[in-house]
Design a protein around this ligand. Structure first.
Ligand SMILES: Nc1ncnc2c1ncn2[C@@H]1O[C@H](COP(=O)(O)OP(=O)(O)OP(=O)(O)O)[C@@H](O)[C@H]1O
Length: 473
């Protein structure tokens, strides 16, 4: 597929640069420990042959232990720019004790058990080569329908993300919406669409795999308020422009959440696997403990991208629920806290629903917090408490709602009005800036979808532009 992928820099490693066969290189043995060296330390290391990254026992290799120019893995495993090599057998560390096994924070093992689950996940081991091309090197994340892995494309010699879908998810509609995006969206550069796709034969079923360009951490990963304001506001603008181009092509995303928005990640091209493990963390894993599993697989901790690898680019991903605006809506909602109130009342998805979700993300990027504290009583309660009663004609359309939330005499709690929330969350902001934020949020967080600004209108809105200008975006 010729979907856009970002330009990747190739660092100067060439098989001819492999040191003389008489030289000896010392590399660390596998270890879960980390000496805290930064990415730039690794990428710029000009140590000669003896390098020491970890405070762990050392293993000494003769250089002729390493792949030669005729070996298929030569380029993949030798990174002579750093004079370092990957141990071909090193694919992370197994938890050894029950306490260590508890530290593995992955999808539930039940997802692999056909007895518990009609839509099973595909068991994957780090180190496995999928489709004779993609060597799985680390775990990126998982969702309700997939596991997502960082893999090395042995053919194109680049890192990619593999989204391995559960059985029963043909992926057909996601692929066709990716195709639609690549055909019709004027600028898809901030939309994460597939580079290639293949099927993996599973246990009496196939599993669809999407090969995606590798991106960085999702928006929910970092404490947002630790990222500079200018980066967060630039992200908000990039996301809105991506959404505008999606909407102009007649596509609604329907699942705009912090999990589906991602920062960019600096290219790791040219680094050995051990250097990548050094930068991103080593896979920490245990075998999937299901009995009678048809194939080996591992539950693996998801990588934590260090902040010095995060780039200023921002992307919208996961088009699993996206659809053409005129198509018959399929099942599925964003999580309640990012879902528009009309969708929570079972109205059809619309561009305005996406704009509500966008505005929640904008508020989270801007203030660092969700704008409607729900006090443990659910998303709709948070809205009623801050904005006032829900439209009377929606009553009865949402089973989780209380009748009193539609009582038109009900007053919002002044402590949770948008003005007070903005003042609490941004105590140092200039009053004029806060007034722009209040005005913008009041107009966007309206229960009438038809009154919400479109993406194009919001990009032109004087208050939106004023806030971005303050942060030089
Ligand atoms: N291209 C990518 N680069 C890096 N990480 C990714 C990429 N795609 C997905 N991820 C990670 O994997 C996680 C799950 O991906 P995704 O949301 O696409 O899966 P899903 O099964 O559709 O999830 P959901 O149940 O939320 O719809 C994301 O939150 C993100 O952390």
């Amino acid at each position: 597929m010729d979907a856009d992928s970002p330009p990747m820099e190739r660092s100067g490693n060439d098989v001819n640069d492999i040191p003389n066969e008489t030289e000896t290189t010392t590399i660390p043995q596998s270890s879960a420990e980390d000496d805290g060296a930064s990415f730039s330390d690794i990428a710029n290391s000009d140590d000669d042959v003896q390098i020491q990254w970890l405070d762990v026992p050392w293993k000494t290799y003769e250089t002729n232990d390493f792949p030669t120019a005729t070996s298929p893995n030569t380029d993949a495993d030798a990174d002579t720019s750093n004079n370092t090599y990957s141990d071909p057998e090193d694919f992370g560390d197994f938890a050894r004790t029950s306490r260590e096994r508890c530290r593995i924070n992955a999808e539930s093992e039940d997802n692999y058990d056909p007895k518990d689950n009609p839509h099973v996940f595909y068991p994957v081991c780090v180190g496995e080569v999928l489709n004779e091309r993609y060597r799985v090197e680390n775990k990126l994340g998982h969702g309700g329908f997939s596991t997502v892995w960082m893999a090395y494309d042995l053919q194109d010699e680049t890192d990619v993300a593999l989204k391995v879908m559960c059985s029963g998810e043909s992926g057909d509609s996601e692929i066709s919406i990716h195709d639609e995006i690549n055909r019709n969206v004027q600028d898809p550069s901030h939309l994460v669409t597939y580079l290639a796709t293949f099927l993996l034969p599973g246990n009496e079923c196939d599993h669809r795999v999407l090969v995606l360009p590798l991106r960085g951490p999702s928006m929910d990963f970092y404490y947002r308020d630790r990222i500079p304001f200018s980066s967060r506001m630039s992200a908000a603008k990039q996301l809105l422009m991506a959404l505008e181009s999606l909407h102009k092509a007649g596509i609604v995303h329907r699942d705009l959440t912090d999990r589906n928005c991602m920062w960019g990640m600096a290219s790791l091209r040219g680094l050995t696997r051990s250097a990548k493990y050094k930068a991103l963390g080593r896979p920490f894993k245990k075998a999937i403990p299901c009995r009678d599993l048809w194939k080996e697989g591992e539950l693996v901790n998801e990588i934590e991208v260090p902040s010095d690898l995060r780039t200023e680019d921002f992307y919208l991903a996961d088009f699993g629920l996206a659809m053409k605006i005129d198509d018959e809506p399929k099942e599925g909602f964003p999580p309640d806290l990012h879902c528009s109130p009309e969708r929570l009342h079972n109205q059809d998805p619309s561009f305005a629903c996406d704009m509500w979700s966008y505005m929640i993300l904008f508020a989270e990027l801007y203030t660092g917090f969700h704008p409607f504290p729900h006090l443990g009583r659910g998303a709709l309660f948070g809205l009623v408490n801050s904005l006032g009663p829900l439209p009377r004609h929606w009553k009865g359309l949402c089973t989780d709602a209380e009748d009193s939330w539609y009582d038109q005499d009900r007053r919002p709690d002044p402590e949770f009005s948008l003005a007070s929330t903005i003042e609490t969350d941004l105590p140092d902001a200039d009053p004029i800036e806060r007034e722009h934020a209040r005005s913008l949020m009041t107009r966007m967080f309206t229960f009438s979808p038809e009154e919400r600004l479109t993406a194009t209108q919001l990009l032109q809105d004087p208050s939106f532009k004023a806030i971005l200008e303050i942060y030089h975006c």
